[in-house]
Write a protein that binds this ligand. Structure first.
Ligand SMILES: [Mg+2]
Length: 261
């Protein structure tokens, strides 16, 4: 990729890092519910918890450890990450994620590097991006496997704690792998805690799915497709002129965004 476009640009951003789930698509179409149901089933079927406890336990593990998998392993359950992901993600109704041409058009107008940073496993990330029709818009996917390269080699479940957002370790791995300057990188996530972690490592932060900012968010977007209206400086080049794309591209991106607003 030609990086000169970014160096000469007056845009304050060289790179945009996007969370995936509930940032680039809404899980409210049924994917989120199905995920919760699958995790509850995993807790019952694979770990032997009583059905009546599964939902509360899932919520507790998420709050304390960042995910059920992280929590179960920290508590000493020898859960293989691949088994867990194929059970809870592999059985999701992916057809509920629809192609999003409005989002695709918007992403194509952003000439900076674009990277996915998700706690989900790689297979889930690729399936969701394929369903949305935007996988080719990203140069890199930083995911569960990137943050946890040694998990499958560990002999005890608590030997390598699972690393996920919002831990600073996860944030630093992402910065390292992406090779970005956090001060010139925009980080979008729907989680208030993840946004706070992003701020703590020096990223410029965007809280997605909320009308108002939190303390650690530099911007808030109700939907990712509002990006152009809320953070137009992404597209600034030179003397505040938006170049690097045709007038038609900009017009159609604005038009499709307006329809969806
Ligand atoms: Mg998310």
């Amino acid at each position: 990729m030609d990086s000169s476009c970014c160096k000469d640009s007056s845009s304050p951003f060289d790179c945009i890092i996007f969370d995936l789930d509930d940032t680039l698509y809404s899980s409210k179409t049924g994917i989120g519910l199905a995920l919760k149901r699958n995790i509850d089933e995993f807790l019952v079927e694979k770990c032997g918890f009583h059905e009546s406890r599964a939902s509360n336990l899932r919520v507790e593990l998420f709050k304390t450890y960042g995910s059920s998998l992280a929590g179960l392993r920290a508590l000493g359950y020898d859960i293989d990450a691949d088994d867990y992901h194929s059970y809870v993600h592999g059985r999701l109704p992916y057809d509920l994620i629809k192609p999003d041409s409005q989002l695709r058009n918007l992403l194509l107008t952003i000439k900076q590097r674009k990277i996915i940073f998700t706690n989900s496993d790689r297979i889930h990330a690729m399936k969701a991006l394929d369903r949305l029709g935007i996988r080719d818009c990203f140069e890199q996917i930083i995911c569960f496997e990137t943050m946890n390269p040694n998990l499958s080699k560990s002999t005890r479940p608590d030997e390598f704690p699972v690393v996920l957002k919002p831990s600073l370790e996860a944030m630093n791995i992402a910065l390292d792998v992406a090779k970005v300057d956090p001060r010139r990188t925009l980080f979008l996530d729907d989680s208030v805690r993840n946004v706070a972690a992003g701020k703590a490592v020096g990223l410029r932060t965007v809280l997605v799915g909320k009308a108002s900012k939190t303390k650690e968010a530099d911007y808030a977007l109700e939907a990712v497709t509002n990006l152009m209206q809320v953070i137009p400086e992404i597209w600034f080049i030179g003397d505040d002129k938006r170049i690097g794309r045709t007038r038609n591209e900009m017009d159609s991106a604005f038009a499709t965004t307006a329809v969806g607003a």
